[in-house]
Write a protein that binds this ligand. Structure first.
Ligand code: SF4
Length: 221
């Protein structure tokens, strides 16, 4: 399989055109969405296996009460539990975020590291979370790969991989660097609205002619 960078660029551009107006507005300037790296870090931990709406409520409540790492490091997990109750695995996550806050305070002087290796040393932080901190917290070039990005990249045929880690490696080879920071945003929106996990809306998808999944699965059905 040979995928040219220019083809990927066209695919991402088409995906952008397909996203509805609200999504485009949200995507217009990624810089506007850059936030405090600590909020991104904790928010991404809370978002694991949780719907966005519930994550947003929990993050807002948490940071209304605690202003940053120093503050949260002093919290009791029980207090945090009450604030983040809507998210999945909230009990274990409450312990994790307090632990992470303590490490950020004690080891990093209250500043979230902007280095992949250091981020991966934190509890409950895998590559997706670390990459989210780099992209959305620091505006660095990285590709957070969640289930949407992994699924869509494989369906389209940009990659043929089994795990999100392999997908990240392969995407870095075929996606032009200038698109790394926006790829997650575009594909996540596309995955929620059109290329859904179950019953993707291939009939309205403008890239179906080049999509491996459509050619193999949907066209036959
Ligand atoms: S054709 Fe279907 S599976 Fe392929 S990218 Fe479009 S929505 Fe997804």
């Amino acid at each position: 399989m040979l995928v040219l960078k220019v083809e990927v660029e066209e695919i991402v551009s088409e995906v952008e055109k397909m996203l509805d107006r609200d999504d485009k507005t949200a995507l217009r300037d990624l810089k506007e969405r850059h936030r405090d790296p600590f909020v991104v870090l904790i928010g991404t931990i809370l978002s694991q296996r949780t719907r966005d709406e519930k994550t947003a409520v929990a993050v807002n409540k948490l940071f209304e009460r605690f202003k940053g790492a120093e503050d949260l490091a002093e919290a009791s997990p029980e207090e945090v539990e009450e604030l983040i109750k809507g998210v999945g695995f909230y009990r274990s996550k409450s312990r994790s975020v307090v632990e992470v806050a303590k490490i950020i305070r004690d080891k990093y002087g209250g500043v979230v590291p902007s280095d992949m290796e250091e981020l991966l040393r934190l509890p409950s932080v895998g590559r997706k979370t670390a990459n989210c901190v780099l992209v959305y917290g620091y505006g660095m070039e990285a590709i957070p790969v969640d289930t949407h990005v992994h699924r869509i990249a494989n369906r389209i045929g940009i990659v043929k991989t089994k795990t999100p880690e392999e997908t990240e490696t392969r995407l870095k080879e075929v996606v032009p660097v200038k698109l790394w920071r926006v790829l997650n945003d575009r594909f996540v929106s596309f995955g929620r609205s059109i290329c859904k996990p179950i019953r993707p809306k291939c009939e309205i998808c403008s890239i179906k002619r080049g999509c491996e999944y459509y050619k193999k699965v949907r066209k036959k059905g």
